[in-house]
Write a protein that binds this ligand. Structure first.
Ligand code: FES
Length: 215
């Protein structure tokens, strides 16, 4: 669906963004963690900073189905969402994918090993950098929104209140919103059943986060 990838607001070469606005917490929803975090004053670190950023390990056994946690990697917020089976079911629904700019992740916003409908290694666990691809706000997590709020006809996922961009639960951006691209997927892998490592590729993979189109 390449025709949906060229949005009205998507610049061919997005400029470096200098407008940063960090939201705190998440929209209240059953089973959703509200995670407060500190203000981050540098969310566009240079390549050297990213290269020097060590990986971050997360105990995924502590994340409940339907919950989102936030961690930091390379001075950026990273969302980890444990998606229950009922949430995963809707992600391949043609009625949903027809509304997305890049439903098949054709734009380079993720490593090859996350270029699939769930945009992750394990279907259950989504791992994305939580920075809106429009101007850099941190989107809210809301998997079960009220139909009239905050965005009509949006089935849930991530919502950026700065200018109204909407993403689904695979962090794929909707058409007709200012954000041009899906949220980026950082290098990550699961060294064991209980651990997610953010900032390191699976063995044998060479994805370079600096190669993505837009953070
Ligand atoms: Fe503009 Fe997110 S920063 S919609």
């Amino acid at each position: 669906m390449t025709d949906s990838i060229a949005p009205e607001a998507a610049p061919a070469h997005p400029a470096r963004r200098d407008f940063l606005y960090l939201m705190t917490g998440s929209v209240a929803a059953v089973g959703v963690a509200a995670v407060a975090w500190p203000f981050i004053d540098q969310m566009n670190p240079d390549a050297a900073t990213i290269a020097a950023a060590g990986p971050v390990d997360i105990d995924i056994s502590q994340i409940q189905p339907g919950q989102r946690i936030v961690t930091l990697w390379a001075s950026r917020p990273v969302f980890v969402v444990r998606r229950p089976p009922e949430a995963l079911k809707g992600l391949q629904d043609p009625k949903l994918t027809a509304q997305l700019r890049d439903p098949d992740s054709d734009n380079l916003q993720q490593p090859e090993y996350a270029k699939n409908w769930h945009r992750s290694i394990k279907e259950e666990f989504l791992v994305v950098v939580g920075i809106c691809t429009h101007l850099g706000c941190v989107p809210l997590f809301d998997p079960n929104p009220d139909p009239s709020n905050p965005a009509p006809n949006w089935p849930g996922g991530f919502f950026c209140p700065c200018h109204g961009s909407k993403y689904d639960l695979s962090a794929r951006v909707f058409q007709g919103v200012p954000a041009p691209y899906n949220l980026p997927v950082p290098p990550n892998f699961f060294p064991d059943e209980k651990t997610l490592r953010v900032g390191q590729n699976p063995p044998g993979q060479t994805f370079d986060f600096n190669s993505i189109l837009q953070v």
